[in-house]
Design a protein around this ligand. Structure first.
Ligand code: BMP
Length: 376
């Protein structure tokens, strides 16, 4: 880490003005507004626990990190499901959702994993991350998928279906390869995934009446995320607008685990990929600041963080979890290593009172930031 890099001493409010990515700019402003540089890693067992924790700890955090695939009972419904509920809580409490998916595969596969499948991660997670062992082109592929998603999401698709009496078994609604204007289903524009799995014959066989599908595309005035959740909580966090519709990527440049095999060359490749994709890469999941070039202004978010119990010596060694995880204190990660946001999981979740423990971490991490930039 270069001790002299300007980002280490520049307040977040100033870094917002210089940010390359709209979501990074928003996140810095949110951090200042909430006096928080805390990300909660919500690694709980059930969707119910996840939603409850997000609601209770929401006021203390700026990022909620998920691993959707370790949550039992995750509801995939795009409008009323778990992703939509988290999106509503993010709006209410003012935090961004970071799905810690660690994508790594060929470009085409990650595009599909990111935008489609059961979880449709891109619909509810503002941020996700990638391990670029598969090569830098993967970042390009994800950036392309996110740009197409953004184009699509800025139009609301209204679909009305009317059912009448069948006159023949011929289904000729002009929608076989698009609507009446030749427009493809926006989901199929991303490369046609899923577009060949329903042949015309299969459709004919299932027709019992004439079905007319009308689609109209309307510009949406505000950022689109699923807005209605079953609980119906539509409130919006005061003091800041809703986040932009842009999606952001963090590159997994270094890990907190013992014996991590990520080499310096790998980390350097992440730095190069970030600089090449400033419109999509927000920064890094890393153990130290990787900003070295004069105009680097990437955000750093760091896991492997724990505080000793209240009242105990803060600068002592923090024991790992016995499964390879290693921990550092917020002060060490922010002041000495130069990270911006700390990620805390079990340190908060396993406390007797997780919301007040989240507050304790928020205060410690913010204090470390203020002291780093000389505001304290
Ligand atoms: P905990 O604070 O309970 O150790 O959780 C850390 C979280 O951060 C986990 O969700 C883990 O997957 C994630 N993580 C990590 O611990 N180290 C890394 O280098 C990268 C991670 O995403």
């Amino acid at each position: 880490m270069s001790q002299k890099h300007p980002t280490l001493t520049t307040p977040f409010g100033e870094r917002a003005k210089q940010a390359d990515h709209p979501l990074t700019e928003y996140l810095y402003r949110l951090m200042v507004l909430k006096s928080s540089n805390l990300c909660l890693s919500a690694d709980v067992h059930t969707a119910r626990e996840l939603v409850t924790l997000a609601d209770k700890a929401g006021p203390s955090i700026v990022v909620l990190k998920t691993h959707y695939d370790l949550i039992s009972g995750w509801d995939y419904n795009p409008v009323t499901g778990t992703g939509a509920k988290l999106a509503a809580l993010a709006r209410k409490h003012g935090f961004l959702i970071f799905e810690d998916r660690k994508f790594v595969d060929i470009g085409k596969t990650v595009q599909m994993q990111y935008t489609a499948g059961t979880a449709r991660i891109i619909d509810w997670a503002h941020i996700t991350n990638a391990n670029i062992d598969a090569g830098k082109d993967m970042v390009w592929a994800m950036a392309e998928a996110a740009a197409k998603w953004k184009e699509r999401i800025n139009y609301e698709v209204k679909t009305s279906v009317t059912v009448g009496t069948p006159v023949s078994d011929h289904f000729d609604d002009g929608l076989e390869n698009g609507d009446e204007n030749g427009r493809l289903d926006p989901r199929e524009q991303l490369g046609g995934y899923g577009s060949n799995d329903r042949g015309a014959d299969a459709r004919k066989g299932s027709i019992v009446s004439i079905t007319t599908v009308t689609q109209s595309f309307e510009p949406a005035g505000s950022p689109r995320l699923p807005k209605s959740i079953s609980e119906g909580d539509e409130s919006v966090f005061p003091g800041i607008e809703e986040p932009p519709t842009d999606r952001g990527l963090l590159l997994l440049a270094q890990m907190s685990s013992k014996g991590c095999l990520m080499t310096r060359e790998y980390t350097q490749a992440c730095v190069e990929a970030a600089r090449e994709h400033k419109n999509f890469v927000m920064g890094y999941v890393a153990q130290e600041s990787l900003n070295t070039a004069p105009d680097d202004n990437f955000i750093h978010i760091t896991p492997g963080c724990k505080l000793p119990p209240e009242g105990e010596e803060e600068n002592g060694h923090i024991k790992g979890d016995g499964l390879g995880q290693q921990y550092n204190t917020p002060a060490k990660l922010i002041n000495i290593k130069g990270t911006d946001i700390i990620i805390v999981g079990r340190g908060i979740i396993c406390a007797d009172d997780p919301p007040s423990e989240a507050e304790r971490y928020r205060k410690k991490a913010w204090k470390a930031y203020l002291s780093r930039v000389g505001l304290e």
